[in-house]
Design a protein around this ligand. Structure first.
Ligand code: SAM
Length: 217
């Protein structure tokens, strides 16, 4: 997802209290940002942030950080967050604008409880495989920042990307503990499911949604 460059988006982001601006200085200290001792959960590639805000509303027993690479997209998430705050919603959500490639500079070993990857960019060319958020290179980064019993959850309607993701697990510290090629027909995995923007769009077009959950071996 890349939205048209919106004039002034960098200024709005720079002034937003919902965005953490000095993320590398927060390494090992994320609990202080939220002022509580709740587990920290990330959505990497959050887009406009609907999933992470709905998660925070539905499951307030955790703190949530949405990571997004593009300012123009993050701006939309900030606007949505402002609308929800106006409705008196008090959400444990903050945003970081960064490329997830550098995630180990931002989180200490074992600092993260859960990672959500939703409808990640597919990077279809073989030579770009390591940019996919489910590649072995990214799984190694997640292995460093996730706590011992941490978990990764991935959803997509892109079967080629999902097949690649499943193959990559073999080369990682993780194992698949749940998997479906049709989430919306899977009663168990659908329990408590929170739809993302892309999930709503693609499932309404009839595309089956694949999902896996990873835990450490
Ligand atoms: N997760 C949302 C959903 O399911 O509705 C948005 C999905 S959108 C296809 C993927 C998003 O991931 C885009 O907004 C893109 O900018 C972001 N993204 C892709 N690679 C990223 C990276 N390396 N670091 C941070 N964000 C990334």
């Amino acid at each position: 997802m890349r939205l048209r460059n919106i004039t002034g988006s960098r200024d709005i982001i720079a002034e937003s209290d919902f965005v953490i601006h000095d993320e590398t200085k927060r390494k090992g200290q994320w609990k202080e940002i939220f002022g509580n001792d709740l587990p920290i959960r990330l959505e990497i590639g959050m887009g406009k942030g609907r999933f992470i805000m709905d998660m925070a509303e539905k499951y307030p027993d955790a703190d949530y950080l949405g990571i997004e690479k593009y300012s123009s997209v993050l701006l939309r998430a900030i606007q949505k967050m402002e609308e929800r705050v106006e409705k008196n919603e008090n959400l444990n959500v903050r945003f970081i604008r960064m490329d997830a490639e550098y995630i180990c500079d931002v989180f200490e070993e074992g600092e993260v409880d859960r990672i959500y990857l939703n409808f990640s960019d597919p990077w279809p060319k073989d030579r770009h495989a390591k940019r996919r958020l489910e590649s072995r290179q990214f799984l190694e980064r997640y292995d460093r920042i996730l706590k011992k019993d941490g978990r990764i959850e991935f959803k997509t309607d892109n079967r080629a990307l999902f097949d690649f993701a499943v193959e990559e697990v073999e080369a990682s510290a993780f194992k698949i503990t749940a998997l479906t090629y049709d989430l919306h027909s899977d009663k168990d995995l659908m329990q408590g499911n929170v739809m993302t923007e892309y999930e709503e769009k693609f499932s309404s077009m009839g595309n089956p949604i694949c999902k896996y959950i990873l835990e450490r071996r």
